[in-house]
Design a protein around this ligand. Structure first.
Ligand SMILES: *Cc1c(COP(=O)(O)O)cnc(C)c1O
Length: 234
């Protein structure tokens, strides 16, 4: 077994254990394999080991990798846009992205609506909430999530599925856990006034804290380093 395959299966086992500790099963948690900065060879190894949901931060990198893998016949991949998204980049991914995790403004929502509406498709999204206001640059405050969610509900082709939370890299697992619990509370409060399913997903947890995220209710975790090793850059 390659290193990547071995790491992937260990991450899966840890997710399954954490899911059981939270009274759920492994199938209730989607692993998004974060492939930013990784080579096509590394990504192909992960795909061969069963990775199907890939997350990228930068639109250009996502688009190039999607095209390169599709050219090799590896188009059974679901792409997730997980980084801060600029409006002028939306048109590049609106055709095929499975989920945008980082919706953070009404103007970005309007742009997504414009692009997917024109393409005759719908786009599932998560609102990125900033529960650690002092330290994260992106995402909306928990208070601003409600008007943004209501705006999205009125758009038609942008489908709200839940929330995404980023935790700062330099905090303890216990602090992360408090942020995850807070994010779940925000989602539960929002769900009361939104259509069914609009708050069914919680994307939270990375290499440093994905197990506690799952214990606190994450339905998706975004893991890169624990699968591929330390990033050389980015
Ligand atoms: C890089 C990144 C991750 C993965 O981080 P690791 O520590 O490598 O697991 C998850 N989410 C976002 C938004 C990222 O930018």
């Amino acid at each position: 077994m390659s290193d990547i395959a071995g790491s992937l299966s260990e991450v899966r086992a840890r997710i399954a254990d954490a899911a059981r500790r939270s009274g759920r099963s492994a199938d209730d948690v989607l692993l998004v394999t974060v492939s930013k900065t990784r080579s096509l060879e590394e990504i192909a190894e992960a795909i061969d080991a069963g990775a199907r949901d890939l997350g990228e931060n930068y639109v250009q990198e996502l688009v190039e990798k999607q095209a390169a893998l599709a050219a090799e016949g590896r188009d059974d991949v679901r792409w997730h846009a997980i980084g801060h998204l600029q409006r002028n980049k939306v048109r590049h991914i609106a055709a095929f992205c499975r989920l945008i995790h980082s919706l953070d403004s009404t103007r970005l929502a309007d742009e997504i609506q414009k692009r997917v509406g024109a393409a005759g498709r719908t786009q599932p999204v998560l609102i990125e909430v900033n529960v650690a206001a002092e330290t994260s640059k992106f995402g909306v405050s928990p208070e601003a999530a409600k008007p943004l969610a209501e705006h999205v509900a009125g758009l038609g082709d942008v489908e709200l599925r839940g929330l995404m939370a980023m935790t700062p890299y330099d905090i303890s697992v216990d602090e992360s856990r408090r942020y995850f619990a807070r994010t779940r509370e925000v989602a539960e409060a929002l769900a009361r006034d939104l259509p069914d399913g609009a708050m069914s997903e919680l994307s939270m947890g990375m290499t440093q804290d994905y197990e506690s995220a799952v214990e606190e209710g994450a339905t998706m975790v975004r893991v890169g380093t624990a699968i591929f090793g330390k990033r050389r850059d980015g």
